[in-house]
Design a protein around this ligand. Structure first.
Ligand code: BTN
Length: 241
């Protein structure tokens, strides 16, 4: 597949939001360094040399389904597999999208949709994977990288290609293109850090709630609170200890 590489760019997601019309579906944009990287809720994403920072474009005719979250899951699952199978690093997926090692974030994934009509014309998946970059002291409680965990450097271009071909052949062609999204979602749910019956804490818009998971779905969790059972579509979910 096509890879566009930059030494330095503001953000690979912004690049694809500006150029998606001129590029084919499944184009990958990769940068060694980003000066204006961002994450969910427009939070700043530090992207200095050493990490793997890239975005992938999916275009209309190939978009089945339309929900950008499926593409985020595609990448969390692919990266989970590659880190485990090729580099001996166990990660868990934090609902709805990060990858964690010992509860520290090693990878963040951001899905964005570009609308020109009622259905998205483009879906952009941005991946920030901490690989050879050291984690600043002040973030060490919440973030980690491959080198921090394994004391080993990885070849970024090789890793990028492994992730993309795994995402494409193992999941995208088999499930997305064949309308088997629910089978795909089931596999993704197995790699999550939460299970049915777990007691969790959810922080949403500065409000903290505690409850028990009844069932887990791609787009929501069914949670039993003191006040009754509710569907939870967003928020920071952590296991209650
Ligand atoms: C998050 O955890 O909130 C998601 C972080 C996503 C960061 C990646 S790095 C490559 C791409 N370009 C960006 O500006 N953001 C994503």
């Amino acid at each position: 597949d096509k890879i566009i590489h930059f030494d330095t760019i503001n953000s690979t997601n912004i690049f694809l939001k500006e150029h998606w019309k001129d590029l084919p579906s499944e184009t990958v944009v990769w940068a060694d360094k980003q000066t204006g990287g961002y994450g969910r809720m427009k939070r700043q994403w530090i992207a200095d040399r050493g990490g793997l920072w890239f975005s992938v474009l999916f275009k209309p005719t190939n978009i089945r389904p339309y929900n950008p979250w499926h593409y985020v899951r595609l990448y969390s699952l692919a990266i989970h597999d590659i880190l485990k199978d090729k580099y001996k690093l166990e990660t868990v997926i934090k609902w709805p999208n990060d990858l964690l090692v010992n509860e520290k974030k090693i990878c963040g994934i951001l899905g964005e949709a570009v609308f020109t009509g009622v259905t998205p014309s483009a879906i952009i998946v941005g991946v920030g994977l901490n690989v050879n970059n050291k984690i600043p002291e002040e973030l060490k409680d919440i973030a980690t990288s491959y080198i921090e965990e394994k004391n080993k450097k990885l070849h970024l271009e090789k890793l990028l290609k492994q992730i993309n071909s795994h995402a494409y052949y193992k999941y995208y062609l088999k499930y997305f293109k064949r309308d088997k999204i629910s089978a795909f979602t089931k596999q993704w749910i197995k790699k999550l850090n939460i299970r049915n019956g777990d007691f969790i804490k959810i922080i949403f818009q500065n409000e903290e709630k505690r409850g028990k998971i009844i069932s887990i779905h791609g787009d929501y969790l069914e949670v039993e609170f003191e006040s009754g059972i509710e569907k939870v579509y967003a928020g920071e979910v952590s296991l209650r200890k």
